[in-house]
Design a protein around this ligand. Structure first.
Ligand code: NAP
Length: 434
């Protein structure tokens, strides 16, 4: 904390991992001798830069841009860009740190990194967003590349932003280097199923956790937070598997629909109109209501999918979920559940899928996008979906088996942290003190 002051999210993410690693260090003393923890918590490189841009009225704004290249022992740095006013170096470092282990769990040869800006895209016109992205890439392009560092989307960065960023990269470098960014549009290097992958994967992970206990998603009700990329595709996959998602939310409140979310209407409002979830309740009719400032976790349901942002599900929320008989919680977002809330859920016997495992489907399909780009090919959606399902199954298997191996059966937090760590640690050991 002395070395990295005022970075509470980073401290939280590091503490959460280190607390589960004690038995690994006891079993493998060579890890400590190689200074692995000290090296892992220090990013290989941190880049902070000025992003000046002009709004539609000619006024100049200055934002701050970040890219933290955390660990490349397993492959090029890989992780999204977040555009949100809450972004600072501590947030980017927490996300980059988690990304190392998540990416290792996919088994696909990608290192960990993350970036973004405190730019707020909300209420900005397309041309303002374009000018911002062009300015951001004007600096970022020096640091990335298909073999070096491959950014993607995250909060506030979707297909539109990736398009503007890719256009500027191509213009500055005079290279068609598709593998430099993932989440591109289909038709210019993007992979089928990439937009869907994080939400789909989080639901598939929940299905695996339930199956391990002899259950299934079919017929269950679900609470979902958020209404962005991850939340919308979580809702979609839940409906495909016969479950009934009842909610969606944004930073203003949540909507609950007794008949189940009408996905076409929600998509029209969120994707086509870039509107707010409160409008859903106004347009849906009697079955839906909007609860301003409410916590989505107060809606009783069988399974829960935090899919908005960090620390959005706290101790009190966890108690409410347990009282309402929740069976499984699958983290679509990164670190949405506070450590105290995780403990409450696990102690109550709820199957808890941590983000490192449960939301790894997005970055996994990003790695498949890189593979398609390298081979100048485009795989059909059915093939990508099959591979995604196989990857989520294998992440479930490796996390559960690792948890058993370390005497914590059913504890996916321990399993994911240790399994991810072992892969990175072995690569770092083999590559020497660098
Ligand atoms: P997104 O499309 O921008 O949607 C974000 C959603 O979360 C919006 O509904 C937003 O509501 C809400 N939200 C954001 N910040 C909030 C805050 N401080 N308080 C309350 N609500 C907030 O982003 P996304 O891609 O779905 O990402 C959601 C989560 O999934 C993030 O934790 C992200 O790191 C994680 N994740 C994403 C991917 C991916 O492939 N996209 C992969 C792995 C993990 P407002 O509109 O009101 O802000």
């Amino acid at each position: 904390e002395r070395r990295n002051p005022a970075q509470p999210e980073f401290h939280q993410a590091v503490r959460e991992v280190l607390e589960t690693l004690a038995p690994v260090f006891a079993a493998r003393p060579e890890y400590a001798e190689a200074g692995l923890v000290e090296r892992l918590v220090e990013p290989e490189r941190q880049i902070i830069f000025r992003v000046p841009w002009q709004d539609d009225h000619g006024r100049v704004h200055v934002n701050r841009g970040y890219r933290v290249e955390f660990n490349s022992a397993l492959g090029p740095y890989k992780g999204g860009l977040r555009f949100h006013p809450s972004v600072n170096i501590g947030v980017v470092k927490f996300l980059g740190f988690e990304q190392i282990f998540k990416n290792a769990l996919t088994g696909l040869g990608i290192g960990g990194g993350k970036g973004g800006s405190d730019f707020d895209p909300r209420g900005r016109s397309d041309s303002e967003v374009m000018r911002f992205c062009q300015s951001f890439m004007t600096e970022l392009h020096r640091h990335i590349g298909e073999h070096t560092d491959v950014p993607a989307g995250d909060i506030g960065v979707g297909g539109r932003e990736i398009g503007y960023l890719f256009g500027q990269y191509r213009r500055i470098t005079n290279r068609w280097e598709a593998g430099v960014l993932t989440g591109k549009g289909q038709g210019w290097g993007g992979s089928a199923i990439r937009p869907e992958a994080t939400g789909y994967g989080s639901v598939l992970f929940a299905a695996e956790m339930l199956a391990a206990r002899g259950g299934a998603l079919d017929g269950l009700t679900a609470v979902v937070s958020g209404s962005g990329n991850v939340a919308l595709h979580t809702i979609e996959k839940l409906q495909q598997l016969g479950a009934n998602p009842l909610t969606a939310s944004d930073s203003e409140g949540y909507v609950v629909d007794d008949k189940g979310i009408d996905l076409a209407l929600l998509r029209q409002i969120k994707e086509a109109e870039r509107g707010r979830v409160s409008e859903y309740a106004q347009r849906r009719g009697a079955s839906a209501r909007f609860v301003r400032g409410g916590r989505v976790w107060e809606v009783p349901a069988d399974v829960a999918f935090p899919s908005a942002t960090q620390n959005e599900l706290d101790e009190a929320d966890a108690r409410t979920l347990v009282q309402n008989g929740v069976k499984a919680v699958s983290e679509g977002a990164n670190m949405p559940t506070t450590p105290a809330a995780v403990r409450i859920l696990q102690e109550a016997g709820v199957a808890f899928g941590p983000g490192k495992a449960a939301n790894a489907g997005g970055v996994a399909v990003s790695a498949l996008e890189m593979a398609q780009n390298a081979g100048r090919s485009a795989w059909p959606a059915a093939r990508v979906e099959e591979e995604l399902a196989a990857i989520m199954r294998s992440i479930h298997t490796v996390t559960s088996e690792t948890a058993v191996r370390y005497g914590a059966p059913g504890d996916y937090v321990t399993g994911a942290n240790i399994a991810g760590f072992e892969r990175v640690a072995d690569a770092m050991l083999a590559q020497g003190v660098i």
